[in-house]
Design a protein around this ligand. Structure first.
Ligand code: TYD
Length: 134
């Protein structure tokens, strides 16, 4: 029943001296699916909680582009929490309940998703989700 939950993945970082930092995510190398949508999350408060849902089919790679935050995942059991820092991301396969919290003030997140937005793909009730895992 329990699926293997992905490990943290690192973006390629190219430090361009005084001229900045390039962070690279390539399909296949960093993201194991074709990307159909990219979205960014910012302006979270210290008490913000995001996620709190699972997806039926959507695959996502969630990258912390600035600052840090914590993500917890449940696939039938809670799998501890990963604190992601700049340049790190995590793959969220389908049917993983995930919760993101403890965002730093400067936290900036980029999400690469395998499909366009479909509300029908969301499972937003934890009890429904647990029933669907069985
Ligand atoms: P949601 O995916 O629940 O945010 P998070 O996982 O970060 O907590 O989305 C919040 C709201 O924004 C919800 O009403 C759906 C809407 N939304 C879109 O319309 N399009 C999108 O691509 C995304 C990601 C969200």
């Amino acid at each position: 029943m329990a699926k293997k939950i992905s490990k943290v993945i690192k973006l390629q970082e190219i430090i361009d001296g005084n001229d900045g930092l390039i962070q690279v995510a390539e399909v296949k190398k960093h993201i194991p699916f074709n990307v159909k949508r990219v979205y960014f999350i910012s302006h979270m408060g210290y008490h913000s909680i995001r996620g709190f849902h699972a997806h039926k089919k959507l695959k996502q790679a969630i990258f912390c582009l600035r600052g840090n935050f914590e993500i917890e995942m449940y696939d039938g059991k809670w799998n501890g929490s990963n604190v992601l820092i700049r340049g790190e991301g995590i793959l969220i396969p389908p049917m993983i309940w995930h919760v993101m919290r403890n965002f730093s003030d400067d936290c900036f997140i980029g999400v690469f998703a395998s499909s366009v937005y479909k509300e029908s793909d969301y499972i937003r009730n934890f009890h429904d989700f647990k029933r669907m895992l069985k």
